[in-house]
Design a protein around this ligand. Structure first.
Ligand code: PLP
Length: 411
């Protein structure tokens, strides 16, 4: 067996299952889960129709590079969305959802024979980053998010000695779970560090199309172009249809950026066998070429968040995120002893609502777990179900015994 497999951590949901095994969910309430970040709005008809219309494609092996028409559709979408020109032949590759690609990129770019191979990850983070780093033979360095600065990662806390060994940096903007969008000055700083130390930036942008501010989230390719770095050296962006078009089961996305890296990535993927099924390629083309369903989807999330967030804001510290479909709520003042896991267990027992304790989405780093005292609420169900969950959460919080006020609040 590959000994690196033993370095993997259990997935947050596995840990949650173990931590709630002895909890009997309230039989008086029908179960509601705000735990899993799986889109549940309806898949658009045009995607389903394109899939069915191209079933004959099952008769042939697909190319790993994808049909040129798919790469063109992706490049066309990038041009419309970000005002950025990429060459569909060399700067775009289809992938089977961003998850496998985020994992596979690490296997492609990391040289484990170099001393102290390091992957820098935000904290909290999407756990695939860590697993990808460990299985590639690297170690992780976590950068905590700072709630006082809209959950920005504190890149300045990373010493040059760590950057010097860094081969890959994962960035998630809009972030999961925080929803924070990285501004251009942060990108500028990261591009400068990447140029100085030579590491690759993997920009995970799978939540880019669900946002609550007027302005669409800045993309990494867009930031690079604005900063005059249009060769995208050492930059690979990851975009997905799962959330944008409500097709998490389709497993479709693309990467775009540095042509030299994508050439090697294509080589890796050819051996790994990561080609996308032809009917799914055609359904993906239909999805990338249509924005109407994306606008409707976004409007639906906006209405839902506008209704649910105020109900929760009465009982916990929570605000509308920049983007994404999560609320990253601070329950440290209401949870028993500020403990997010205890909070989630009690909520399940009393109200049959499942939420993800924030501490399971982060690692203890630099003396703290930046997810502790928080919960992640995925508002993916229809609005009535999310509202029902919010009202149960409010009732639960109101009935919790008052917690001692932290001493720094008394100053
Ligand atoms: C931050 C982040 N990146 C990537 C993914 C993977 O999405 P997909 O593989 O469906 O594109 C997810 C899924 O939940 C996610 O939360």
């Amino acid at each position: 067996m590959n000994p690196l497999l033993s370095r993997l951590h259990p997935y947050p949901f596995e840990r949650l299952r173990a931590l709630t095994r002895d909890v009997v969910p309230s039989p008086a309430h029908r179960p509601i889960s705000l735990g899993i970040g799986e889109p549940r709005h309806a898949t658009p008809g045009l995607v389903q129709e394109a899939l069915v219309a191209h079933l004959k494609g099952l008769a042939s092996y697909p190319a790993t590079a994808g049909d040129p028409a798919l790469r063109e559709a992706c490049a066309g979408w990038i041009a419309r969305r970000y005002g950025v020109t990429v060459d569909p032949a060399t700067q775009v590759l289809p992938v089977n959802g961003s998850r496998e690609a985020l994992f596979a990129l690490a296997q492609t770019v990391i040289d484990p024979t170099r001393p102290r191979a390091t992957v820098v990850c935000p904290n909290p983070f999407y756990q695939i980053y860590e697993g990808a780093a460990l299985l590639a033979g690297a170690s992780t360095h976590f950068v905590n998010s700072d709630p006082a600065r809209n959950f920005a990662a504190d890149w300045s806390s990373v010493p040059d000695s760590v950057w010097a060994n860094t081969q890959l940096l994962y960035v998630c903007s809009p972030g999961n779970p925080t929803g924070a969008v990285m501004p251009i000055d942060e990108w500028e700083r990261l591009f400068a560090l990447s140029r100085c130390f030579g590491f690759v930036i993997a920009a995970d942008e799978c939540y880019s199309e669900i946002y609550f501010r007027d302005e669409a989230p800045l993309g990494s390719l867009e930031a690079a172009t604005r900063l005059g770095l249009s060769d995208f050296k050492n930059l690979v962006s990851f975009t997905s249809l799962s959330k944008r078009s409500n097709v998490p089961g389709m497993r479709s996305g693309f990467v775009a950026g540095d042509a030299a890296i994508l050439k090697q990535f294509l080589l890796y993927r050819t051996y790994h066998g990561s080609a996308m099924s032809p009917p799914l390629q055609q359904a993906s083309i239909a999805a990338w070429n249509d924005e109407t369903h994306v606008e409707e989807n976004r409007a639906k999330y906006r209405r839902k968040f506008a209704q649910v967030t105020p109900v929760l804001a009465e009982v916990m510290r929570v605000g509308l995120p920049d983007a994404g479909f999560y609320l990253w709520a601070d329950v440290s003042r209401v949870a028993p002893r500020g403990d997010d896991v205890e909070f989630a267990r009690g909520l399940l027992a009393q109200y049959n609502v499942a939420v993800l304790p924030g501490s399971l989405l982060a690692r203890e780093a630099h003396g703290i777990n930046p997810g502790a005292g928080r919960i992640r609420l995925a508002l993916v169900a229809e609005v009535d179900e999310c509202l029902e969950a919010a009202h149960r959460l409010a009732a639960y919080c109101k009935a919790l015994p008052p917690q001692p006020v932290p001493s720094n609040d008394l100053l």
